[in-house]
Design a protein around this ligand. Structure first.
Ligand SMILES: Nc1ncnc2c1ncn2[C@@H]1O[C@H](COP(=O)(O)OP(=O)(O)O)[C@@H](O)[C@H]1O
Ligand SMILES: [Mg+2]
Length: 276
């Protein structure tokens, strides 16, 4: 695996019954980059995220991760006895947000950030019962990290509100805080600007840059807002019908005939491309 890459996807395939959602998908993402995964609706973008983060077990191919000096393959992590699945991928430093926001709506904003950390820390139940010193200090650190991230995403004043009561744009920011609380090396954002107004989208661009520049995380985002993608992404991978049809910098993508053709087949997406 190339030392500059944080992730290398090789020959990834995913089949759902009769639907070949992904076939021969190959791409790599450079460490410390802000990269984009784009393509018309149904192209397979979220499926790629689901495979990378261990939510789905691919029908074929490999996904190698290089984080903190260790190389791991997602398929192997999924086979780890007892502790397989998304948990092992999260521990390898991969975090994500969801296209359809998945917060605990009836918990407070702060509690949402604590739950995320508890899951990852694999807190031993016995340690919780006896409330050892190590347990208490880990708890304290979790609260500190949660507060830090509330501050960064601008939700400090909403800490004790129910997550479900927050305005939509704030829920999106809370999802990012939740993912970042676990200290990931790679964060996968699935349509983070969906439903945001232009001002919120600008603020999101600032936040995403800040994540990479100040918090040592590589960003991979799926996004339909082409203005945002072209503004913040350094490298872009384009999917269409489950295949990678192009990759390169924004300039190359904007001028690529195969990309334009793929988007022309999809009316909503072609206006997005024009608007960018
Ligand atoms: N869990 C699933 N079961 C069956 N089909 C799925 C599932 N997830 C995705 N698909 C199908 O895979 C294709 C790609 O979907 P998706 O990855 O969500 O696309 P995108 O995120 O690019 O819009 C679509 O045809 C979709 O219907
Ligand atoms: Mg999707």
């Amino acid at each position: 695996m190339d030392a500059q890459n944080i992730i290398e996807v090789r020959d990834l395939a995913m089949r759902f019954g009769g639907i070949q959602a992904l076939a021969n998908v190959n791409f790599s993402i450079q460490k410390d980059s802000i990269s984009g995964l784009i393509g018309p609706n149904g192209a397979g973008k979220t499926t790629v995220f689901n495979c990378v983060t261990g939510f789905y077990r691919p029908s074929g191919g490999t996904i190698e991760l290089r984080t903190d000096g260790a190389i791991r393959e997602v398929g192997r992590l999924l086979k780890t006895p007892l502790r397989g699945g998304t948990h092992m991928v999260a521990q390898a430093g991969i975090a994500r947000t969801f296209q359809n926001i998945r917060l605990f709506r009836d918990m407070t904003v702060l509690e949402n950030l604590l739950v995320a950390q508890h899951r990852l820390l694999n807190r031993n139940v016995l340690a919780g019962i006896v409330r050892s010193k190590a347990f208490r200090s880990a708890e304290r650190e979790a609260v500190e990290r949660a507060r830090k991230w509330l501050d960064i995403v601008g939700l400090t004043n909403s800490a004790s509100r129910m997550a479900g009561e927050l305005p939509y744009g704030h829920q999106r920011r809370l999802e990012i805080a939740r993912a970042m609380c676990t200290g990931p090396r790679l964060i996968c954002l699935d349509e983070p600007a969906a439903g945001l107004n232009p001002r919120e989208t600008k603020e999101l661009a600032v936040l995403i840059r800040q994540l990479r520049d100040q918090h040592a995380v590589t960003v991979l985002l799926i996004e339909h807002d082409m203005g945002l993608v072209m503004d913040i992404c350094e490298e872009i991978v384009v999917l269409s019908y489950g295949k990678v049809i192009e990759c390169g910098n924004p300039q190359k993508i904007m001028n690529s005939q195969v990309v334009i053709d793929a988007y022309l087949g999809s009316p909503a997406a072609s206006t997005e491309l024009e608007a960018a």
